[in-house]
Ligand binder design. Structure first.
Ligand SMILES: [Zn+2]
Length: 443
């Protein structure tokens, strides 16, 4: 198993020890704190007066998380806190609510940031679209994302900047900081110096420039890390993956994440001020990426990645016109452009050149060239050349996906490779049927 994949299982909540046996939960902080392995991580605090739950997993894993919580404690749930409104942090609520009904317990208070309300409203407006983008983004994990926000557990307490309550022997201090979303909150428990961070801390480079999703906030992300560092925490529960229980590592992950977010933000801003356009900024940024980030165990591009973060920062301050070339202001259809290019050189020449680039290991350049033939469409091409073109692109995408560490990027690349494979199968089937019917006619 490639190490990235092992870490992806960790990220998805499939925690295993050295011998490969599953770890359902991690208990720490003197025994009252647990992190439950699921997508995403569910945090539990046991007090004398009941439980506080920080985040619920995806809808499909609600029951699994519930059973694991009940293995840890049978006390009633008094509070549920949503770190943010993403579908892997607040939709697995059903078994917890059913339990309250069965046992005649009061329903728990549900705490969220006030921006979670418009987020859920947006999900309701765009639920088919979100189902589609999430099925693309998580295609290797779930076929249907279950993001349907029409079924949700509404917050009963909305907070803005800070919120504080006590339950039993513990104080719960909640803080808002923007990062992956504009509705993120994190929890600080001073008695045991524990932070529940939600997706503000993961075992991956921050998911700050997701290709399918709305704007995220690299600079605010860095500031959130610094605010957490000010607390001098001993334990850190992440939005995905096992909690960090060694103080030295807690300080390390918060510090390096802050540094990495400041870096990507400030370097893009510097280049915007130098009058550079996206392409120049992007490639310069790839060239200057410091090794200390690249090699850091907590900044591996398992989910989010640096390459996406460059986009996020640029987009934060820039409009959609990103080349400075007016050719791109009102562009023609790519199929029309490709058809004109094929008038200059034949599709065979393009294919031959792409094969040469492929042979030289220039995979990205090769697919750019193949796209000229593909964009022009099958009607502009003889069948054999078109099929060879699709086959080569499919092979290149498969290889790129194998080499790609980011789950999001791997899924995007694999989705297209699988679509091409399906298309090639359909072409072969059609060809077979046509030749069979020709044979019949000849008989
Ligand atoms: Zn998450």
């Amino acid at each position: 198993m490639k190490p990235e994949l092992k870490n992806q299982f960790e990220w998805l909540g499939e925690w295993r020890n050295e011998n490969g046996s599953p770890i359902p939960h991690v208990i720490f902080g003197g025994g009252d704190f647990a992190a439950i392995g699921s997508m995403g991580t569910t945090g539990v605090v046991r007090t004398d007066e009941g439980l506080v739950i920080f985040d619920l997993p995806i809808r499909e894993q609600g029951l699994k998380a519930f059973k694991r919580v009940r293995d840890f404690s049978d006390k009633p749930v008094k509070y549920i806190i949503y770190s943010h409104g993403h579908f892997d942090h607040c939709f697995g609520y059903k078994p917890f609510i059913e339990e309250c009904k069965e046992k005649g317990w009061d329903f728990p208070e549900v705490i969220a940031h006030e921006n979670l309300i418009p987020r859920f409203e947006k999900y309701e407006m765009l639920d088919e679209y979100h189902d589609w983008i999430n099925s693309m983004q998580f295609s290797s994990i779930v076929k249907k994302s279950g993001v349907n926000a029409h079924k949700n557990l509404k917050p009963t307490i909305l907070m803005r900047d800070q919120y504080r309550f006590t339950l039993g022997q513990y104080t719960f201090e909640l803080f808002h900081d923007k990062g992956e979303t504009d509705d993120s909150i994190w929890l600080w428990i001073p008695e045991r110096k524990v932070i529940f961070a939600g997706d503000l801390v993961q075992i991956s480079y921050p998911n700050v420039g997701n290709p399918y999703k709305v704007q995220r906030y690299p600079k605010h992300w860095a500031l959130a890390m610094e605010r957490m560092l000010e607390k001098n925490p001993n334990y850190l529960v992440l939005g995905h993956g096992r909690p960090i229980l060694e103080k030295e590592k807690v300080i390390d992950i918060l510090s390096i994440t802050a540094e990495a977010m400041h870096f990507v933000h400030d370097e893009v801003v510097k280049r915007l001020n130098q009058g550079k356009w996206f392409e120049e900024i992007y490639h310069e940024m790839l060239d200057i990426y410091p090794e200390k980030f690249e090699n850091h165990p907590y900044l591996k591009p398992l989910y989010g990645c640096y390459r996406f973060a460059i986009h996020a920062t640029y987009r934060l301050y820039h409009g959609w016109y990103d080349t400075g070339n007016p050719t791109n202001l009102f562009p023609s259809r790519s199929s029309e452009i490709a058809k004109e290019l094929l008038k200059i050189a034949s599709q065979e020449k393009y294919l031959e050149h792409a094969k040469q680039l492929h042979g030289e290991g220039k995979l990205q350049l090769a697919i750019h060239i193949l796209d000229v033939i593909i964009n022009a469409g099958q009607e502009s091409c003889d069948e054999t050349t078109f099929r060879d073109t699709l086959q080569l692109k499919q092979r290149i995408l498969k290889r790129k996906a194998e080499e790609e560490p980011s789950l999001i990027a791997t899924n995007i690349i694999n989705n297209e490779a699988n679509r091409l494979k399906h298309h090639l199968k359909e072409m072969a089937k059609k060809e077979k049927n046509e030749s069979a019917s020709n044979d019949k006619q000849e008989l």
